[in-house]
Design a protein around this ligand. Sequence first.
Ligand code: K7E
Ligand code: CUA
Length: 667
Amino acid sequence: MNNRKILVVGVIMLISLAFVLSNCGKQGMEQGAGKVSVGLSGEVDKVIKERDLTPENVAAAVKTYLPTGRHDEYIMFSSGGHSGQLLVIGIPSMRLLKVVGVFTPEPWQGWGYSKDTKEVLINAMGDKVQWGDTHHPALSETGGEYDGKFVFINDKAHARVAVIDLRDFETKQIVKNPLSLSDHGGAFVTPNTEYVIEGGQYGMPFGYKYASIDEYAEKYRGMVTFWKFDKEKGRIIIEESFALELPPYWQDLCDAGKNASDGWVFCNSFNSEMSTGGIEEGKPPFESGVSQRDMDYLHVINWKKAAETVSQGKFETVEGFKVIPIKTAVEEGILYFIPEPKSPHGVDVTPNGEYLVIAGKLDPHATVYSFSKIKRAIEEKKFSGKDEYGIPILDFDAVKEVQVELGLGPLHTQFDDKGYAYTSLFLESAVVRWTLGGEYAKMHGEEPWRVVTKTSIHYNVGHIAAAEGDTVSPDGKYLVSLNKWAIDRFADVGPLLPQNFQLIDISSKGEKMPLIYDMPIPIGEPHYAQIIKADKLKPWKVYPEVGWDPLTQTKSSYGIKAGEEKVVRKGKQVEIFMTAVRSHFNPERIVVNKGDKIVWHITNIETAHDATHGLAIPYYNINLSIEPGETQTVEFIADREGVFPFYCSEFCSALHLEMMGYLLVKP
Ligand code: K7E
Ligand code: CUA
């Protein structure tokens, strides 16, 4: 309520200001307007006083308010955390535009109820798993820029990656990693979306088979998987994908190189101690066991060389999947380690590809590595040793650029158009702006590698996302702080609180970096988000043709036109070809026998924008959303006799309540 009022005040302010300004120039021309402006600003003053608003509050409201009908400048794709979904949010208004069903059934979109969506959803995991834990969305890229075509997202809980087509904002494919049941360093894409990267997290035997935890070092493994993406087909090609076997350190975040570092991927790790827990036996718990060493290993991976190695047949087949063994990776010069301060979390590559920013939860510094130094160290073989698995470790001092003290609990870093970096400070509950060096020093004109300013957030920020922040040319302008705790920011709603997304205005240089909006997220706990310029997205308004199959994005062979409706019985199978249009289904009466198999195709024959119909069939657990032009199929066994009124679950017209029919299942 508060925010809305602030917004109203803000826009009134703006209008009155405009009136006042326009009146200055044309005195006496429009008497009416002059009168209005006096009245409005008087009202605004009153509201500002009554509501105790500061000038900063009013400025924030004016910056984020969108008059009705006007659209946002940016669109943010945020993970939905353990809701298993993907959130679509407008910026700067911070309005929630869509919750895309991904790893979890979602009845409004009919996601997970039709035959096709059910198959995508239960793909390779069976129907036992009804959720996912989404962490990192990645927009598809061309030449290092978001191209607005696809977005990918990982499921940390089951090591799955989903492909969402941005023509209709629907999930098209979910691939299950055959090696692992846990991922984290994904989804990230290479600069032309050649591959979607999925780094593992918790070590486990490949294929998640059983092996005693006492055999951790020998039998447990880490991995990073490169899913080959076909942009034309809009699908991951599993047969052309491969993984790299890694030691069972817990790989954490990854980021793909770009520009100078194109062809490389960088993944953090922790638990290079290979701690196996056992607090119940008096052993150190994981939380301390995995943080004993001062240094963990940044994994530096040459993915182009890895792809070449696979094409030369130098791989093993594990769980039916191509895997480059550690030994091969070392021999071929695919894999190197770099010491990184203990328990790192974020790894982020600067837009020019030259610097890698690594922030460790337990170290107040960001460690910045230079990619040119890394390349030189590899060429000159400047190693400080090997790890237990024979992987060469590059000399820390040879590749380090600088360490910058940022604050407490630095995690993730983003970039802008002014040569600044931004890092989330979890423990300090702040976002810090700091200056990059090298060619970026010219852009900001300030002393490089130093803190410029901090903005407090509320509270406990994980990731931050900047406008076009992961591209080769970030926009600056906006940054969203994805906060884990909300505490006192919203009205209490019981012990479980929403997360808090806070919008920060990063458009001006220097010390001004105001917080301008709070958005509660009561759907899972999001981790990462990416923000794309809205005009790069070209979604369909309706499906291109009536009778469209959104899974294949071609015409469905089950799609029909008006007049082609029919019910075909073949033995115990009843196949229905139904149309939906305002405000009826055709046919309206479906009579079957108990035990019949029902194959029910439905086509929305509308071509009008937003003329969506639903198909709700009670008892049989079915709800579909059939958008204009779309054809969907549901299948079920009519295993219970009775009368089942089915109806349209979208309020499509004045006679929407009449848009129903009877499924009559005879004993
Ligand atoms: Cu930091 Cu999964 Cu990227 Cu959570 S992760 S915050
Ligand atoms: Cu169709 Cu309501």
